[in-house]
Ligand binder design. Structure first.
Ligand SMILES: NC(=O)c1ccc[n+]([C@@H]2O[C@H](COP(=O)([O-])OP(=O)(O)OC[C@H]3O[C@@H](n4cnc5c(N)ncnc54)[C@H](OP(=O)(O)O)[C@@H]3O)[C@@H](O)[C@H]2O)c1
Length: 232
């Protein structure tokens, strides 16, 4: 039984993570911006009981992150797995109409958010069992794989997240904490759209299989859901 925190857990891939982790017997701290409106998440509460802790968490709000860390700390002071899942797609307008403020807001969620989460939760992870930070990135953040162009805010934010993860892997190694970036594939969510190739269950099940087999020697790597490596 692990203690796991998932950000952006009220819908999409994040909600899929929560369901799968609860099904496997884990304790889940489910962070979401608006717990009152998180009906699908709260519907899991009766069956999960104390293994599901739904808590407010906006990854762009440092006070909110600190408050979430207090909730986890009060439950025993340790955390085994942090899944930095929350993300936004950003402005998709083409070159010529890109809005700098949107770009910065995308960075606040997709780059600074996971970093502030890692920074705040590192002391709790250091007390965990085989602790890992799993950052949900995208192949769209791969410079080597970019053949389509466009999507400036999203692509660059995920490339920056990849560098954040490479840095975390180095900086947290002495504390025994691993960090990876994981690409979920193209998934049918609000962000991925209805034409995507994978169901949430297919993607999440495969990703958690990868997570279950991580060792510290994997830290700093860019994986896909099948456990293969992706190019930076
Ligand atoms: N779907 C795909 O095909 C695909 C492919 C590659 C990578 N990804 C990545 O997978 C992750 C999950 O994507 P998804 O498809 O599940 O997206 P989604 O359906 O749009 O859900 C995004 C989640 O992130 C949350 N979120 C947004 N801003 C937040 C903030 N400031 N603080 C906390 N939570 C916030 C949302 O909360 P609200 O409900 O409050 O807005 C929502 O729970 C993202 O990092 C995404 O980049 C997705």
């Amino acid at each position: 039984m692990r203690k796991v925190l998932v950000t952006g857990s009220n819908r999409g891939i994040g909600l899929g993570f929560v369901k799968h982790l609860l099904g496997g017997g884990d304790v889940v701290f489910a962070g979401c911006r608006n717990p009152d409106g998180a009906a699908a998440l709260k519907a899991l509460q009766p069956e999960a009981g104390e293994r599901l802790v739904v808590m407010p968490l906006d990854v762009t709000d440092e006070a909110s992150i600190t408050q979430a860390a207090t909730v986890v700390d009060d439950s025993g002071g340790n955390l085994d797995l942090l899944i930095n899942n929350a993300g936004v797609g950003g402005d998709q307008t083409a070159l010529g109409n890109i809005d700098a403020d949107d770009m910065l807001q995308t960075y606040r969620v997709n780059v600074a958010g996971p970093l502030m989460m890692a920074q705040t939760f590192a002391p709790l992870l250091a007390k965990g069992n085989g602790p890992f930070i799993v950052n949900i990135t995208s192949l769209m953040g791969s410079i080597a794989d970019n053949r389509g162009g466009g999507w400036y805010a999203y692509r660059t934010s995920k490339a920056a997240l990849n560098m954040v993860c490479a840095n975390l892997a180095l900086d947290l190694k002495p504390q025994g904490i691993g960090a990876v970036v994981l690409h979920p594939g193209w998934v049918r969510t609000d962000m991925g759209g209805s034409g995507a190739t994978l169901s949430i269950e297919e993607s999440v099940g495969a990703m958690l299989n990868v997570v279950d087999h991580l060792t510290l020697s994997d830290s700093g790597k860019f994986f896909n859901r099948n456990g293969g490596r992706e190019p930076w």
